[in-house]
Design a protein around this ligand. Sequence first.
Ligand code: ATP
Length: 493
Amino acid sequence: MTMDTLVSLCKRRGFIFQSSEIYGGTGSCYDYGPLGVELKQNIKRLLWRDFVQSRADMVGIDASILMHPTVWKASGHLDHFTDPMVDCRECRLRFRADHVDTLPWTHYCPATKGNKFTIPPGEPCGHCGARRTLCPDCGKGELTAPRQFNLMFKTFMGPVEEDASVAYLRPETAQAMFVNFDNVLQSMRMKLPFGIAQVGRSFRNEITPGNFIFRTREFEQMEIEYFVNPRDAVEGRAADEYWHDRWIADCMAWFRRYGLSEENLRLREHEKDELSHYSKRTVDIDYRFPIGWSELMGIANRTDFDLKQHAKFSGKSLTYFDEERKEHVVPYVVEPAMGVDRALLAFMADAYVEEEVRGERRVVLRFHPELAPVKVAVLPLLKKRDEIVRTAHVIRADLAKQWRVVYDDTAAIGRLYRRQDEVGTPYCVTVDVQTVGDSEKGEAGDGKVTIRERDSMEQARVPIDALRAVFHDLLSGGAWSQVATRFERQIEK
Ligand code: ATP
């Protein structure tokens, strides 16, 4: 499966659209459609439930995007949040200097009378053996020497555009947790170790965005700042080092739990010379995206850098009073930082399966039921029978009090099943003549409907009044094979 396959599925089925498409689109900005927004909200809800709500040592905040400009001086973003960029003197395209050799390049080969070739990243031309020196895109212009480019979006607060009113759109959510450290500590009476989490938008004026929602200029992050006492030891190790490994393991387990396969996940330790200025150790969780292995999230040990910097620039003390040792300490912080959009892309890529069923191609998104945008689709077998349609609507309305449930009667049943498979709906409920009976013939219905499971395509006949309880089991982790044995099983026709 390629990125293009995913992009086209996303558009066709209402997951993700190009932003402002009718105006020709805005560079690297995307809009989540009706199914995309459900999927993204499910990801954020599960993150919040598993990493905040269910843990006694975690709390959350929701801070504003515009912060005091000195925050970015203290954090180092004004001085260090830069990427080296190079420009093509011919076509004026701009690239990240460290990305140029990771792109396919255009070559007009002298050995073949100047024929144009597109050559895979980093490889020489197969005809003349030349390596790329010119612009990878147009293949003609020379590239300028690298210049540093700050990735923060600048704006102005208030009616006057002057330097005194400069503000920045936050390039990460982390800083709000540091500047609110004391507020949270005092108001919630937290004890170390504890963490503050936030999910929200970040903005980076990336030089070379691309690869669909993998790298965009506006995106969502979930970041956790987990504060520990550096003087403590856990299981014989320094607390910050122990918790760093714990968070790496917890995050890996979270991705596996919701469907990412083991063979598509790996850990990557940052080399010493690659570490950010604040980091003692950073480990990335990489995922094998359709574009190859790339960073899904990073987990860094930021030491006491941030709290110390903000204390210095604000003049406020940002310490924790260690009751046992009777001393003030500046906590160390372990930071798991995840991109919500990248997680969504990974979950989609991993869930995507194309298979052949009875001679026909079937596309399925095998989403974990808790991630699936739609949990149940209620489908009438015959839309001309009022009683069937009415019953289907009643079932939908009842189930929709708890879950995202849709009704569809716009095609024959086989088509409807395939459509739900393609968007990852784990269960369909079909209402048929047997359910409602035939009043003209004086036949009573059996009050049962067919539930069809997405992956096995197995079916079971279940009484309507048992549906809520059955879906409660199935959608909260119950296995279909277990639940279905309680009912009469059928084979998909
Ligand atoms: P990269 O090396 O890919 O630019 P980074 O190391 O700068 O990423 P961090 O600052 O560690 O990224 O941000 C944490 C996470 O936020 C990343 O792992 C990624 O999932 C997400 N993220 C960062 N930049 C972007 C972006 N431009 N678009 C989408 N997600 C992003």
